[in-house]
Design a protein around this ligand. Structure first.
Ligand SMILES: [Zn+2]
Length: 132
C-alpha cells in the first residue's frame, strides 16, 4: 500500500481523505473524468481509493454490482435472441443489440470500480473471486 501523499485521496465509500487501495482506471472512470473536464468543468483531480475500514463494505458492493451487471447482460442477450429468432430481420438484430447496450448502461448506474490489489493483500479465496 502506498502511503506517500494522501492529501489528494478520496475514499469512494466514505468520501474521506484517507490512505487506501487505489481504484483502477477504466473506460467508465475515464468517461466520467472526460465529462467533468470538458462538459461540467468540475474536475477535482482526486486519487480515488478504498480505505481499509471500508474495504469489506466495498467488496460487498462490488460483488453486488458485478452480479447485477451479469444479470442485466444475460437478460439483454436472451431477449435479443428471442427477438431475432422470432423476427429474422436486420432490424430485429439491431434492436436486439440496442437492448443489450441499454441494459449494460443501466447496470453502470450502480457502478463500483475495481481496485488495485497488492499481492500480499489477496487471500486465497479472494483471489478467485476478485483477483482480476
Ligand atoms: Zn472510506
Amino acid at each position: 500500500m502506498r502511503k506517500s501523499n494522501i492529501s489528494n485521496n478520496r475514499c469512494i465509500i466514505c468520501g474521506q481523505q484517507k490512505p487506501g487501495l487505489t481504484v483502477k482506471d477504466d473506460f467508465v472512470l475515464d468517461s466520467i473524468r472526460w465529462i467533468k473536464r470538458n462538459i461540467t468543468k468540475n474536475e477535482k483531480g482526486y486519487t480515488l481509493v478504498v480505505c481499509k475500514e471500508d474495504y469489506k463494505k466495498y467488496l460487498k458492493e462490488r460483488n453486488k454490482y458485478i452480479r447485477r451487471q451479469i444479470f442485466y447482460i444475460a437478460v439483454g442477450i436472451i431477449f435479443a435472441a428471442l427477438l431475432i429468432i422470432d423476427a429474422r430481420s436486420i432490424g430485429a438484430v439491431l434492436f436486439g443489440l440496442a437492448i443489450i447496450l441499454l441494459l449494460y448502461l443501466l447496470s453502470l448506474l450502480s457502478y463500483i470500480p475495481a481496485v488495485e490489489l497488492p499481492e500480499k493483500f489477496i487471500s486465497k479465496d479472494l483471489k478467485g473471486k476478485y483477483g482480476k
